[in-house]
Design a protein around this ligand. Structure first.
Ligand code: SAH
Length: 238
């Protein structure tokens, strides 16, 4: 079973996000356990301070080291990175991180046993956390969020649906976008004719070889139109 722990100053933010669909089923089937922890529970000074002003001046606040180190010691048993149990990852969500790709989600789903995700806020997290505790500094895209929480949800979701048996027998991730380096093909369902818009004829004729061919062509067309970087290998990953 994969264990995911999320460290945040806004635990309520997560509400019921992990209680629907594939993730809910995976939790019930004990394929994954997800726990959200309040960083403030690890702030031991009398004001339970988790942030402070940046050295060197400038705007905003920075999340402090002490509560994060204490939380990692509690959740992993050590804050010595070299002593983390095998297949343990400490992820820092950060726009400065390595861009997260489907191949990364797959690698975590294949191998990880324990993932702790640290959600930054304000100007970010004291860099000593990154320098000494973090194994993976990850960005979900080239834009800046107000906190790491939405990124933690994105990453947890994309990993959990790839865990063995999470999708159930009626669905599979094999044809999903990115799994073969292309986007997925378009999908249609009933009615075959809706307000004068009809479904491509080939999908209705039951000829699976032809349908397969049509889907490959459409996947390629869609990739060329929306994500030509996937075809030229410009994003370096696929
Ligand atoms: N000053 C920082 C941005 C801080 S945003 C900078 O310019 O790099 C506050 C927090 O939101 C970050 O600490 C991080 O945890 C989260 N965050 C913002 N954008 C993100 C992204 N693209 N991917 C992952 N986490 C992000």
């Amino acid at each position: 079973m994969l264990k995911i722990d999320v460290l945040t100053i806004f635990p309520e933010f997560f509400g019921q996000v992990f209680d629907f669909g594939i993730i809910r089923r995976a939790k019930l089937a004990e394929i994954v356990e997800i726990n959200v922890h309040d960083l403030r529970d690890y702030a031991f000074d009398k004001h339970r301070m988790v942030d402070d002003r940046p050295f060197g001046g400038g705007d905003g606040m920075v999340l402090k080291c002490e509560p994060i180190f204490a939380a990692i010691e509690n959740l992993i048993g050590t804050s010595e990175r070299s002593e983390y149990p095998a297949l343990t990852h400490v992820v820092l969500l950060s726009p400065q991180g390595k861009p997260f790709k489907q191949t990364d989600a797959q690698a975590f789903a294949d191998d990880a046993k324990h993932i702790v995700m640290i959600c930054g806020r304000y100007e970010g997290v004291d860099e000593r956390v990154n320098e000494t505790l973090v194994t993976d500094e990850i960005s979900i895209g080239d834009y800046v969020l107000s906190g790491g929480e939405p990124a933690a949800i994105v990453i947890a979701d994309s990993i959990v649906r790839l865990l063995p048996n999470a999708l159930g027998s009626d669905t599979s991730a094999e044809n999903d976008s990115f799994s073969d380096g292309l986007l997925d093909c378009p999908h249609y369902t009933r009615p075959a004719n809706f307000r004068g818009m009809s479904v491509p004829e080939v999908l209705l004729n039951g000829n699976h070889a032809e349908i397969g061919k049509w889907r490959s062509i459409k996947a390629l067309e869609k990739t060329r139109a929306n994500r030509s970087d996937l075809l030229t290998g410009e994003n370096g990953e696929m």
